[in-house]
Design a protein around this ligand. Structure first.
Ligand code: NAD
Length: 332
């Protein structure tokens, strides 16, 4: 298969490309290498991919919100399917930088749909987020639950992407799968996310900010489980029987949760990080942050039933894996 992966220098994109190229697929990766977080880390991921994947991986530095630049970058590339992971991520940053989200997450998503439609690609898999569930208090979150009350612009753009995709499935019968990822962590992770920030601060002996006075629950999902789920989806486009029914469920578009399906108390993860770092954390309890939600918990029965998705990595295994990688990468 020849797969276009957007966000190729990003955390999940890196792991996905590793998996695809290892099984023999060819990957065209694109990323604009923006400086939302360390550009050096993004370049290190690309260097590792180039070394491992050799001729099965090609890369273009391009902003996919710029349709002309995107079209030019892909002009000579043959592609069968696309996994669109590139986005402006981060809930808190979206409150300060709204335009970046509209450009990358809305205009960019539309541009990828246009590429997929004009090239008649077999399947577009794209990243959504657990944040679309907003202030839901009914746990676990199921795909059918309410998603019309986002509490951040990031969440609003991810939900809008799902709706735009739905319209393309209806108008053009473009096969698509939207994936709502739940707090992804693991080696080569993101410096703006809790696992990385807490590890860095615990090792340095500086205070870690713990929001909602520690009363937070997250469905932490190990990155290898995420990319296994992405590949299972990529390989199995949603069927299209060509019939519209009341409720619209026969469009070739489906949305799945991908999580670990366990909601862990944040302080349990802090305890695991302390063990792995060999140091006690200095905790700075703080109130709930704007745009945040107290708990996430994925109901994964839909993707498990359809595609056999079964997460295998508990936080007791995944957190030490992350800290080992972090210390090795930083020589810490
Ligand atoms: P990431 O920030 O590491 O990767 C995203 C990549 O997209 C970055 O390398 C960035 O440079 C690139 N990018 C952003 N805007 C671009 C543009 N306009 N043109 C080209 N490249 C652009 O994030 P990630 O953790 O790998 O997340 C991948 C996807 O999964 C994102 O869509 C994110 O919203 C979603 N997601 C992630 C998590 C998580 O916990 N990591 C949770 C839910 C959803």
């Amino acid at each position: 298969m020849r797969v276009l992966v957007t966000g190729a220098a990003g955390f999940i994109g890196f792991h996905l490309i590793r998996l695809l190229t290892a099984r023999g697929d060819s990957v065209v990766g694109i990323d604009n290498l923006n400086d939302y977080y360390s550009v050096a880390l993004k370049r290190d991921r690309l260097a590792a991919l180039a070394a491992e994947a050799g001729g099965r991986f090609t890369f273009h530095q391009v902003d996919f919100a710029d349709m002309a630049a995107l079209t030019a970058a892909l002009a000579d590339e043959n592609i069968d399917r696309v996994v669109h992971l590139g986005a402006q991520a981060g809930v808190r940053y979206s409150i300060e930088n709204p335009h970046a989200y509209v450009q990358s997450n809305l205009v960019g998503h539309l541009n990828l749909l246009e590429v997929a439609r004009h090239r008649q690609l077999e399947h577009m898999v794209y990243a959504s987020s657990s944040s679309v569930y907003g202030g839901n208090t009914k746990l676990p979150f199921a795909v059918e639950d309410r998603t019309d009350h986002p509490v951040s612009l990031y969440a609003a753009t991810k939900r809008a992407d799902e709706l735009i995709s739905e319209s393309y499935a209806h108008l053009y019968r473009l096969p698509q799968t939207g994936l709502r990822f739940f707090t992804v962590y693991g080696p080569w992770g993101r410096p703006d996310m809790m696992m990385w920030m807490f590890t860095q601060k615990i090792l340095a002996g500086t205070p870690i900010p713990v929001f909602n006075n520690g009363e937070m629950h997250r469905d932490f999902t190990y990155v290898a489980d995420i990319v296994a789920g992405v590949v299972a989806c990529l390989d199995n486009p949603p069927p299209d029987d060509g019939q519209e029914k009341a409720g619209g469920s026969t469009k070739p578009h489906r949305i799945y949760n991908i999580g670990n399906s366990r909601s862990e108390h944040l302080m349990k993860v802090v305890g695991l990080l302390e063990e792995c770092c060999g140091k006690k954390a200095v905790i700075d309890f703080q109130p709930m942050q704007q745009g945040d939600v107290p708990a996430t918990f994925a109901d994964v029965s839909a993707i498990s039933g359809d595609l056999g998705y079964a997460p295998t990595t508990s936080i007791e295994v995944g957190v030490p894996n992350f800290v080992r990688w972090y210390r090795d990468y930083h020589g810490a």
